[in-house]
Design a protein around this ligand. Structure first.
Ligand code: SF4
Ligand code: SF4
Length: 336
């Protein structure tokens, strides 16, 4: 589809939000009581923030929920009955005000969940998702989108990308059929562009991701991994906040005759993640687990999925309890 550009005034943006949230689930960022930024379903427009750098958790749970039932079962004396989850009941969701790094992360997730076998749970949720992204006019030292081929106004993953203008209005780039359908439904709220300038932040490039990827080839046994992971406590927070981490565990939970099989987020940073039933653990030290995290995102995924596994959001570094900083490590890795 040919992309197009319109203007939406601040008052019209509020009308658009209110009309969308009157008829659909709209997932938008708010500043919670503890000052953390979190996404909530259908908050009032006055609560929605346009001033956040990053939410504490990413928005990947829309397409890949923390816990998701795969099927239900009931055990009889001689046989079991299985009930599939009705994926047609997954509602349409409008993701509002998510930043370009988080929107690009849906492409990275797609490269995993639709790589060899199409994960129908993920694909259905993506089909029902409309992304109205927001370019960044704020950033901090943890941001490094420009080191992984993105920018504060990248349009990857957005259906409509809003960018703030100096006068308080917004530029709206209409990027997909889904985005065009929203604009057509509320066409009275959109106007021709005015030539007003967009306000964008600047994010310094910290490393060259292609150099990192090429350095990782042959760096498996490098002392870097031990030297740079000694303080990692294996808490898994980096994976849980990450918009592109896709590891999950599958469990059965049975009560009496009935039960459910579900999957839930997991992390390659956990010591039990690769523990075999025999007791053998191929990644039996934290340095091997840290190496896996970096290798997967910057070597295995580019090779196998033609996608990086990182969008430079900086959440893993800002959320790490012992201050492991992935961008600093990648910068060092390109020079080993
Ligand atoms: S958040 Fe920090 S301490 Fe926890 S597993 Fe990740 S790198 Fe290690
Ligand atoms: S690895 Fe860290 S910086 Fe990269 S996408 Fe995940 S949370 Fe963001």
């Amino acid at each position: 589809m040919e992309t197009s550009r319109k203007l939406i005034r601040k008052q019209s943006l509020e009308k658009l939000y209110n009309q969308l949230s009157a008829t659909r689930k709209v997932y938008a960022p708010v500043i919670a009581d503890d000052k953390q930024v979190e996404f909530k379903y259908n908050p009032g427009f006055a609560e929605v923030t346009f001033e956040h750098i990053r939410s504490t958790l990413s928005v990947k749970n829309i397409a890949f929920p923390k816990v998701e039932n795969l099927f239900l079962y009931s055990n009889g004396k001689t046989e079991s009955t299985i009930t599939d989850i009705d994926l047609n009941k997954i509602p349409e969701v409008v993701l509002w005000g998510s930043h370009p790094c988080d929107n690009a992360a849906f492409d990275a997730l797609r490269s995993i969940f639709e790589w060899d076998i199409k994960d129908e749970f993920f694909s259905k949720r993506m089909e029902k998702l409309v992304v109205i992204g927001l370019s960044c006019h704020l950033s901090d030292a943890y941001c490094f989108c420009t080191s992984v081929g993105l920018a504060p106004n990248s349009s990857k993953g957005s259906d409509i990308l809003l960018s703030p203008l100096h006068n308080g209005d917004y530029q709206a780039d209409i990027l997909t059929e889904k985005g065009a359908s929203i604009v057509n439904s509320f066409s009275e709220l959109f106007e021709s562009t005015s030539g007003e300038e967009v306000v964008l932040t600047t994010v310094k490039q910290k490393f060259d991701h292609e150099k990192v990827t090429s350095k990782l080839n042959g760096a498996f046994e490098h002392p870097f991994w031990v030297e740079n992971s000694l303080r990692c406590i294996g808490c898994g927070a980096c994976a849980y906040v990450c918009p592109t981490c896709a590891c999950f565990d599958i469990q059965d939970e049975t009560r009496g005759k009935n039960g459910k099989r579900y999957r839930s987020w997991d992390s390659c940073g956990f010591s039990m993640f690769t523990l075999h039933t025999s007791g053998h653990n191929p990644r039996n030290v934290q340095s091997a687990r840290w190496r896996q995290r970096i290798m997967h995102k910057f070597s295995y995924m580019p090779d196998r999925n033609q996608s990086l596994g990182c969008v430079g959001c900086g959440r893993c570094s800002s959320g790490c309890p012992v201050d492991m900083n992935i961008a600093e490590q990648l910068e060092a890795l390109q020079n080993i």
